[in-house]
Design a protein. Structure first.
Length: 429
């Protein structure tokens, strides 16, 4: 391909020629004809290391060249007559780029946006963070009658379920309350009032973005009142929306862990779970009425720390549903590299990643071959886009991270097939 040829520089050719003439004469013709797509600085650094340690040859130069040649051939497929792709592969062990193609091109990430969301949230909130929903009351309890109000304070916990709701009602009974003469308030002040994300398609299967959820549905107040009636608690009053007063007494608090939410968000690519995390990130600013702009500012702050320019990208949501999201393979790899280097992030992230041929959204992909059980990556699919970003171990034992974004494809399986082949190339000897 003409584009592939344009990515080769005379510097790369000279460096590879000199090294391989010394190491293996038979490799010379092959490496000069099918040189790897590596930036000149990375190749120069590799060549310098070879001058001081010839034992590094097999792991830092020879095998990446084979990898690059194989990916170059995949890029000659007919699918690229009508679609495009962006790729970057990074050797975490050798701290260098192995392969890149259209790596700076801004593309829609689809659900690989969840990886960026997860890394930023782990960096800001920490793995011990809890998603909480609280029950409060005001007024006085006299002869089993609460003469006051109940406040259900939402923390946008996507795992809040029937058991948690029953715990709320049980807490009222434990207080000796069998009658409520007041109002029940739904406190949704944690975030703004937008129930859908920026740039979401009206006809898509979108989650409802409210801080008070039960079973992932926006039916909290109705279910709460129903549960109280079934348990014999009489409620005489109205249900309204309103913020919890500062002097309210907490009756009960239910919570779920960061890892519980992260696991469902990554393994199952659950959009509600991703948005819940995104708005926790926004709420960490300490402002009421958390919105996407607040979360975006924190993602952009991390992008700046990674020595990239936030203005080159756009972060619209935390799930990847938005048509407005634009990132690059280079950016996704930068986040993966940052996570890998951070002991407070990587153990949580890698545990939650789908495993090729084993579980999550990768359960039915790469069910055999060298990539099987090796690749741990986040998938992404929206109309016209298929993406994959994550980690794998190469045959030489090096840890790699990668981002592949296919755009302009009519069938998602076309992109997935290409990604699976690239992963097999990265993992095979």
């Amino acid at each position: 391909m003409k584009q592939i040829q344009n990515r080769r520089t005379s510097l790369i050719g000279i460096l590879l020629m000199g090294v391989f003439m010394t190491l293996h004469a038979q490799n010379h013709a092959e490496t000069t004809e099918e040189s790897p797509s590596v930036v000149a600085d990375s190749v120069a650094a590799t060549a310098d290391s070879l001058l001081t340690d010839t034992l590094a040859v097999d792991t830092t130069l020879v095998w990446p060249n084979n990898v690059c040649s194989r990916i170059d051939k995949l890029l000659q497929g007919s699918m690229f007559k009508t679609s495009t792709v962006g790729i970057q592969v990074y050797d975490l062990t050798a701290d260098s780029v192995i392969y890149q193609y259209n790596e700076k091109q801004c593309m829609r990430p689809a659900s690989t946006m969840k990886m960026i969301n997860a890394v930023t949230s782990l960096d800001k909130l920490g793995g011990s963070y809890l998603f909480k929903t609280r029950l409060h009351y005001t007024g006085k309890i006299d002869s089993c009658v609460l003469k006051g109000n109940i406040y259900c304070q939402g923390g946008m916990d996507p795992l809040f379920n029937s058991d948690d709701l029953r715990a709320f009602v049980k807490a009222l009974q434990n207080k000796g309350i069998d009658t409520i003469r007041g109002r029940i308030y739904a406190d949704v002040s944690m975030k703004d009032r937008d129930l859908l994300g920026e740039g979401w398609c009206w006809d898509d299967d979108n989650p409802v973005l409210t801080p008070l959820l039960i079973g992932k549905k926006n039916t909290f107040l109705r279910r709460f009142c129903q549960e109280m009636r079934e348990e014999g608690i009489v409620f005489v009053g109205d249900t309204l929306y309103g913020a919890t007063p500062a002097n309210a007494t907490t009756i009960c608090s239910r919570s779920h862990t960061f890892d519980q939410v992260l696991m469902r968000m990554m393994k199952n690519s659950d959009n509600l779970f991703a948005e819940s995390m995104f708005y926790q990130l926004a709420a960490s600013t300490g402002n009421k009425g958390a919105n996407a702009k607040m979360a975006r500012a924190l993602v952009n702050k991390l992008i700046s720390r990674l020595k990239l320019q936030p203005n080159d990208y756009y972060i619209a949501d935390g799930s990847g549903l938005s048509l407005y999201n634009y990132v690059s393979p280079e950016l996704e790899v930068a986040f993966l590299r940052y996570a890998y280097a951070n002991d407070n992030i990587y153990p949580h992230l890698i545990t939650a990643m789908p495993i090729a041929g084993v579980d999550g959204t990768l359960e039915k992909r790469m069910r055999s071959g060298y990539a099987h059980g090796n690749v741990k990556a986040k998938t992404g699919t929206v109309t016209g886009v298929s993406a994959l970003t994550g980690y794998c171990t190469a045959a030489n034992g090096h840890q790699l991270c990668f981002s592949i974004i296919n755009m302009g494809i009519r069938k998602a399986d076309t992109g997935r097939g290409f990604q699976d082949k690239v992963c097999e190339v990265l993992c095979r000897p």
